[in-house]
Design a protein around this ligand. Sequence first.
Ligand SMILES: Cc1ncc(COP(=O)(O)O)c(C=O)c1O
Length: 393
Amino acid sequence: MSQAAKQSSAAELRQVIEEMPASQIREVANNAIGLEGMIPLWFGEPDVSTPEFICNAAAEAMRSGRTFYTPNRGIPELRDAIAAYTESLYGIAMTMDRVTVMASGMSGIMVSHQLLVEPATNVVCPVPLWPNVRGTVDILGGEFRPVPLRLVDQSWQLDLDRLFDAVDHRTRVIFVNSPGNPTGWMMWSDQQREVLEFCRARGLWLVADEVYARIVYGMKHAPSFLEHADTEDRLIVINSFSKPWAMTGWRLGWLITPDRFGKTLEMMNEFNFAGAATFTQIAGITALQEGEEFIAAQIARYERARDLVYERLSKNPRIQIGWPEGAFYAFFSVEGMTNGLAFCKQLVRDARVGLVPGTTFGAPEEGWLRLCFANQLETLNTAIDRLEACLPS
Ligand SMILES: Cc1ncc(COP(=O)(O)O)c(C=O)c1O
């Protein structure tokens, strides 16, 4: 592009958009997707496609003419099914008035922040964290305030004093993603209660990203803020069909909010995506009502994968790794690695293994990598063999 064209295009878009960094996940993956012999462990998704009984429900809905616009908050049958699922999972009362269907967990994050974040406000958030959360705050002109988790004896920990100290009079939201991407850190109930109490006392919003609520080991679900909150608390819980039911490509999620925001969310959805796709919503009902066996089988696989990856990586004296309580990622640092992005690109080139550099998640220093272990044991073993052969000397 010529200098003149550059200057005129620089003025075309909002500065914050011009300055948004490109996704490093995409940067590593873009030129490598489909390369022969590639083991792609970069994206956060199951290695299996959506189970047939869910696909059949969508196909049947399409064939029977369920192809029209839906209400902006989602079809009532799905909202009702989400309320029933939430009630039975957590043993709490839930009504569909509090449920809004979203066109993905991602749109749930964006719409939540559109409601709350504006210039001169900030969002306080434990990191490392999936970068898209920060992206929404940046786009809306807010300030993202990261509070680093600490790795103590191979366990990720959040110091609540540090979290609360990061809050000031401009803070509007505390955002908690638990189980967390990329670390697998989980906020347990006692900390959840404290954070909720703090938000109540300070009039803050708590936005809880619980899209990995079912990707947990040795328990049916991760602790949820819903288990402690009152119906009127300033709490938004974001959830998604993507991970538990292997539906990442379907783009379907939901929010649980106080019911007084129903009308507002109806309007927000109108201007964002005007309702999720009809037949995916119908398939979502089937996923919720008939998907438990599938989830249990997936979790059993991921658990074996987690144990294998953790055991192998933690044995390597040059690798430091935290124990993933939930989600399906290993997040680890390699001694002597000075540029994670360059290493990931080299790993693709020389070893055909796809990982993601930790800096993209706000890791405080270089040398961290994320590996998605939702994969076959044999594939993971091969990937780790190749990784270890490539580690910087
Ligand atoms: C922490 C977290 N939140 C939300 C999402 C969004 O998921 P989706 O948009 O597929 O529902 C992801 C996806 O990777 C995630 O890791």
